[in-house]
Design a protein around this ligand. Structure first.
Ligand SMILES: Cc1cc2nc3c(=O)[nH]c(=O)nc-3n(C[C@H](O)[C@H](O)[C@H](O)COP(=O)(O)O)c2cc1C
Length: 254
């Protein structure tokens, strides 16, 4: 049975929780298993900016983040929710997201469908959902839709439409997913970083076979997206190599 992780990033079990409960009822009704992750119940310290996770793959902070990360990894799909706080996600969710910085360089959530969900009194839903979509893409996951709930609530039919799509993709994500242009180009940037800049990531990318691909998986990638993505990769990696040569030359002269 496929498992969906419901992430609540409000300290309260109120509006956002209420929407998640509605989503949970739909998901279990359609035969999916659900698991809750109330971020406020975990000890999550803010990122200290040391960049050790980027360089060595491990975080220096000893708290509950590894449990959160395990839950993210074990889920087949994720509902990522937040109340809007001053036009952005809640602080606790931002803390969690900051702690996933290494996932951009060594992705562990590739191909997981993510449904974003925000609640607000009136403003900030669009900006917050855009941010969650960008983060989903950075993780190599699949942004399958978004739910914005304002004071007036949300109609069941609107919610159902998002859940229908989420369920469909959950069945066989990598076969059905059609990566957008943005995702294809973002992938190439990640690949250039791994193979030409932060070379410690190269073995990880090679082991996954991503160094040879035009997206993490290519089932639904059109010929044109492969071609343009590849040209972009050639261009950017060429620039990076030239910059490196200049730096090395400068270092030798000084
Ligand atoms: C610190 C804080 C900042 C907020 N900022 C906004 C905002 O920018 N725009 C808005 O319309 N509502 C804002 N709200 C209202 C919440 O987004 C809204 O009540 C949300 O649904 C609360 O979710 P919850 O009941 O799950 O905690 C804010 C609330 C708090 C506590």
């Amino acid at each position: 049975m496929k498992k969906v992780l419901l992430i609540n990033s409000s300290y309260r079990k109120k509006t956002t929780y209420g929407v998640l409960k509605r989503i949970e009822a739909e998901m279990t009704g359609r035969g999916f298993e659900t698991e809750w992750l109330h971020l406020s119940e975990y000890e999550l310290q803010p990122c200290r900016g040391c960049e050790v996770c980027i360089m060595r793959g491990t975080c220096v902070i000893k708290d509950s983040f590894s449990e959160v990360e395990k839950k993210l990894q074990e889920a087949d799909g994720i509902v990522l929710s937040s109340p809007v706080y001053l036009r952005q996600v809640s602080g606790i969710l931002k803390t969690m997201i900051d702690r996933t910085c290494s996932h951009y360089h060594r992705p562990i959530l590739v191909g997981k469908p993510i449904l974003s969900c925000v609640t607000t009194n009136a403003s900030g839903a669009k900006e917050t959902l855009r941010y969650l979509k960008d983060i989903t893409i950075q993780w190599g996951a699949i942004p399958i839709g978004s739910v914005a709930v304002k004071l007036g609530g949300i109609e069941q039919s609107v919610l159902d439409k998002q859940i229908d799509r989420f369920c469909m993709i959950l069945e066989s994500p990598k076969e059905l997913d059609q990566p957008s242009w943005k995702r294809v180009i973002d992938f190439q940037v990640q690949k250039v970083l791994a193979l030409h800049v932060l070379r410690q990531d190269q073995p990880y990318w090679e082991k996954a076979g991503w160094d040879q691909r035009d997206y993490f998986y290519e089932n639904q990638l059109s010929w044109l997206k492969k071609k343009i993505g590849n040209l972009f990769y050639q261009f950017l990696s060429g620039r990076m190599e030239k910059n490196q040569e200049k730096k090395d030359g400068g270092a030798r002269e000084s």
